[in-house]
Write a protein that binds this ligand. Structure first.
Ligand code: GDP
Ligand code: IMO
Ligand code: MG
Length: 498
């Protein structure tokens, strides 16, 4: 089916993720950008890594919206107010676009976007380095600390960079409170972090005061502001004026299970990554969205960082393995890992290798597991029933595909509000509570694999029957509509089911 027929009269379409991120939002925002007039990001920060593969060339965007490859055709890419904005990281991405001779003339950055400051990145890294077993495995981009400041009403916005004296006043208030907390940390560690390229290689470090306030003011209100000034505007007003008139594509970041409100707390990011957070983050309402597509990696899933993962291939061994290995070391240690290995750890390694599941932002190995239908059922309650299945081709050579159809609770009695959860209880719709998820044993249903190449297939009817059987099982069992199936990373390796 053709894209314009699929989208019919729709005016606003959103792309979110129903899992732990990295499901292919970049691919699909780029795919739908062909249809859209305006592409808007409403959540996340430089913690996101959205990949587009076009004619074998790889583009990874962190803060710049994934519709930017269409800038030269006049399409407008917007960074909404819900984004935590690191001007240094953003400029770094613009410099890469410059090197590639790609344009970004039609960019808009919301004046209300929350402004990442050096102390946010510093605190994120200090806290993680000192957290021991309680670490979350953050991306070190300052996310947690900026939300603390925001809700403590001492945060700055992008607009503050344009008004030097106000910036200075707000920064001093913010830093005075934050500096007192630095006394709890090792001075050498602080210095090492501040020397990182994400913090301008030490430009913000001062031997006496730790943070060099005049330098921060100069960088933000001069270097950064001068480069970005012409893109900063009231982006919400722009979107409100255009909604229901122009074709708008909303780009989510992270995934529902990483939402601070709906995810596996505390192993989450710090914004609401659902459709509700996304629309709020661009100043619109959920009611404005004609079609919300929730991406689901299939028939496996991944997670980066700490936190429960019931279907993880290799369980705790895999979690430990991923924390202490890189792509190269695991390849050297397990050169024969295969999709048909009986050893689950090796199976997970093979999935990671074939799916290239290494973080687009941090390069970390992503933990791999079978597709978890209890979590999918829960995610679609919030994000709606329309889904895209991605990366289906990764399991082309697997003789056996397993789906987790329900859980068996395997822990001590636990009160979950008015429910008492007991050992042996079956759970069909996941309760996204880290303690419960950590005690759930997956129950699997096995399907025979399709054992053939699928990336050149263009129509749903031409997919192998064994694959369609799994798709149709998921639709029926989870009450969802699979609208699109992605069979490769390239734009055109996409099947619209309808
Ligand atoms: P995002 O964060 O949701 O945008 O996803 P990432 O870019 O972090 O990770 C998804 C990865 O899968 C990227 O490397 C994509 O190029 C790749 N990808 C997307 N869809 C497919 C697909 O259908 N098949 C394969 N093999 N790769 C895909
Ligand atoms: P995209 O948009 C996968 C994870 C981190 C960590 C947790 C908290 O590419 O799907 P943070 O730095 O946000 O405080 O880290 O959230 N995380 C992601 N995992 N994809 C992402 O983005 C992520 N953004 C954050 O790994 O577990
Ligand atoms: Mg990603």
């Amino acid at each position: 089916m053709k894209l314009n027929i699929f989208l019919d009269e729709k005016k606003t379409v959103a792309i979110v993720c129903n899992q732990w991120g990295d499901t292919g939002k970049g691919k699909f925002v780029d795919y739908f950008a062909k249809w859209a007039d305006i592409i808007a990001r409403g959540t996340g920060e430089a913690n996101a890594g959205h990949t587009i593969i076009l004619n074998n060339k790889k583009y990874v965007f962190h803060l710049v919206p994934s519709g930017i490859l269409y800038d030269s055709l006049g399409k407008i890419n917007v960074v909404g107010r819900g984004v935590a904005f690191d001007p240094r990281a953003f400029i770094e991405e613009l410099n890469i676009l410059d090197k590639e001779n790609m344009t970004y003339n039609n960019l808009k950055i919301s004046l209300n976007a929350k402004l990442i400051l050096p102390c946010h990145i510093l605190f994120d890294r200090l806290k993680e380095s000192n957290a021991g077993a309680n670490k979350i495995g953050t991306t070190g981009r300052g996310i947690g600390p900026i939300y603390v400041d925001h809700y403590d009403r001492k945060g700055l916005t992008v607009n503050d960079m344009l008004n030097k004296s106000l910036f200075e006043k707000k920064l001093k208030k913010n830093i005075t409170e934050n500096l007192s907390l630095l006394k709890n940390y090792d001075k050498e560690m602080i210095k090492t972090i501040l020397m990182h390229s994400h913090l301008e290689n030490g430009a913000f470090y001062n031997e006496e005061t730790i943070l060099d306030i005049p330098q921060i003011i100069n960088y933000y209100t001069e270097n950064y502001a001068d480069k970005l000034r012409k893109y900063i505007c009231d982006a919400e007003e722009f979107l409100r004026e255009n909604v229901h008139k122009k074709k708008i594509l909303l780009e989510g970041a992270q995934g529902l299970l990483l939402s601070v409100d709906h995810g596996s707390y505390p192993y989450v990011t710090s914004c609401d990554t659902t459709i509700s957070g996304l629309t709020k983050g661009v100043g619109l309402s959920e009611k404005d969205v004609d079609l919300n597509l929730g991406i689901v990696k299939a028939f496996y899933m991944t997670r980066v960082g700490q936190g429960p993962f019931p279907t993880e291939m290799g369980g705790e061994l895999s979690d430990k393995h991923c924390s202490s290995n890189t792509k190269d070391t695991e390849r050297a240690t397990y050169p024969n890992a295969s999709l048909n290995s009986e050893d689950e750890l090796q199976l997970g390694i093979a999935v990671r290798y074939i799916g290239q599941e290494y973080g687009a932002t941090t390069g970390r190995p992503r933990r791999t597991g079978w597709l978890d239908l209890p979590l999918l059922r829960r995610a679609t309650i919030t994000n709606g029933p329309d889904i895209i299945l991605t990366k289906v081709d990764v399991l082309n050579d697997a003789k056996k595909i397993k789906l987790c159809t329900e859980y068996e609770y395997n822990g001590d009695n636990y009160y979950y509000g008015d429910k008492l959860i007991k050992k042996g209880d079956k759970i069909k719709i996941a309760i996204v509570d880290s303690l419960i998820l950590g005690r759930c044993k997956p129950i699997y249903k096995e399907f025979p694999g399709w054992l053939s190449e699928i990336k050149n297939i263009k129509e749903y009817k031409d997919l192998p029957q064994n694959l369609k059987n799994i798709v149709e099982y998921i639709e029926k069992d989870c009450n969802v509509n699979v609208r699109i199936i992605s069979v490769g990373a390239e734009r055109d390796e996409t099947i619209i089911k309808g």
